[in-house]
Design a protein around this ligand. Structure first.
Ligand code: GLY
Length: 400
């Protein structure tokens, strides 16, 4: 399939997104202060240790920098965002300490057998380099980019998501989340002048367009390729409800990820695709505009929300808006939809001020099928919510 074959949908909730919700500077300040307060409550505990991927009973546990997951970068990324919006050196100092831990992790290759090196190193180290010129961070991020390159299957033209490249269960599997790992490679091409990183990233994204996106512009979570012949095999879910349903966070990774890949490749069809993926997402939102964990569910199905998917989608729409022509007929809807979702998150999905709840956003689902992080806070949800607020407050230079 090529993108010409992807038909997609128009936004059918246009009536709902005619009006811009009441969001002003006071609202933004209040929302931002809540995030900063939560960061401050956690700062001491998560200086040398990191918060776990998601909470248990609404509490992040402390994990050591070398006993880790795919998510630690979201915490360091939040510290960099906090530093940017406050200019307070305390955030920078701790973020810089954490850069050293990321450097050690990549040098020792601790749990680096994953494509999530992009999530980890874009937010912790590319950010540090872009904001402060930190050379150690640059070196660590380039080591991560080199390791990510090793996950590329040249015949299938994809980066394998998880596990050993010869593991039959994982071999040739690409996943929609990888869209967000590719900016690390585009950045590596920019800073080294070596085009090989760019070529691998752009080959991967075009395979994702071809095989992960379905004709109606919904997405498979994961898709297997034959690494010997380069032929497509089949789409499979990992975190969604079923192989043919649409995992909400996956669709959100698609919205944001295809837009980011447009930014680096300048392939306008990726921006168009990102719009179609967005329309599918918006058309399946419930009454309060915050998605359930799979888009197959709606109000009355007694399922949990995934507030993190909502926050990712908002960042994606805010990025799309930066690139649409002034007269694009849909841009008003994307703007109003993004702000409506964000307002709903702020009003109904944020934690209380008490330290009993140490995350920012409530009601996310990490992995329903495996019973992980159900109706809890998760680190990436907190990060993307903060990124969305920062995007409203200034012309933000992306870490991606
Ligand atoms: N990238 C893994 C997840 O979204 O849960």
């Amino acid at each position: 399939m090529t993108y010409i074959d992807i038909i997609g949908e128009e936004i059918n909730q246009k009536e709902q997104y005619q009006e811009q919700p009441a969001i002003n500077h006071e609202w933004l300040k209040k929302a931002m202060n809540h995030v900063l307060k939560k960061i401050d409550q956690n700062l001491k505990r998560f200086t040398h240790d990191f918060p776990s991927a998601s909470t248990e009973n609404l509490q992040y546990k402390a994990v050591n920098g070398l006993d880790v997951d795919w998510t630690e970068g979201f915490w360091t990324g939040m510290l960099w965002l906090a530093y940017e919006v406050t200019n307070d050196e305390k955030y920078r100092q701790i973020a810089e300490l954490q850069v050293k831990s990321f450097k050690e992790r990549i040098e020792k290759q601790v749990k680096t057998n994953t494509h999530d090196l992009g999530f980890l190193y874009s937010l912790s180290c590319v950010s540090a380099y872009k904001l402060t010129g930190n050379q150690e961070a640059k070196e660590a991020a380039l080591l991560a980019a080199d390791l990510l390159m090793k996950r590329y299957h040249p015949k299938a033209k994809i980066i394998q998501a998880w596990g050993d490249l010869n593991n039959p269960e994982e071999q040739g599997r690409m996943i929609i989340d990888c869209n967000l790992n590719l900016p690390l490679l585009y950045w590596a091409s920019e800073v080294t002048g070596d085009r090989k990183y760019f070529d691998v990233a752009s080959n991967h994204i075009h395979q994702a367009v071809k095989y992960i996106v379905r004709k109606d512009s919904s997405t498979f979570h994961t898709f297997y390729m034959d690494v010997e012949t380069g032929e497509p095999i089949e789409g499979k879910t990992h975190q969604g409800y079923s192989d043919d349903s649409c995992w909400s966070r996956g669709q959100a990774w698609g919205i944001y990820g295809f837009a980011l890949n447009y930014v680096y490749t300048k392939d306008v069809s990726l921006l168009e695709l990102s719009k179609k993926v967005t329309n599918y997402f918006l058309n399946r939102l419930p009454e309060d505009d915050v998605c359930y964990w799979d888009l197959i569910f709606t109000d009355g199905d007694k399922q949990e929300r995934d507030s993190s998917g909502a926050a990712i989608a908002v960042c994606g729409m805010l990025e799309i808006l930066k690139h649409l022509p002034l007269l694009d007929t849909d841009s008003m809807y994307y703007k109003n939809a993004a702000l409506t979702i964000l307002k709903s998150l702020e009003e109904h999905y944020t934690t209380s001020e008490t330290e009993e709840e140490n995350g920012v956003l409530l009601h996310s689902v990490y992995n329903k099928g495996r019973g992980m992080g159900i109706d809890e806070s998760c680190l990436w949800g907190d990060y993307y919510y903060f990124e969305a607020l920062v995007r409203l407050s200034k012309a933000w230079g992306m870490y991606w």
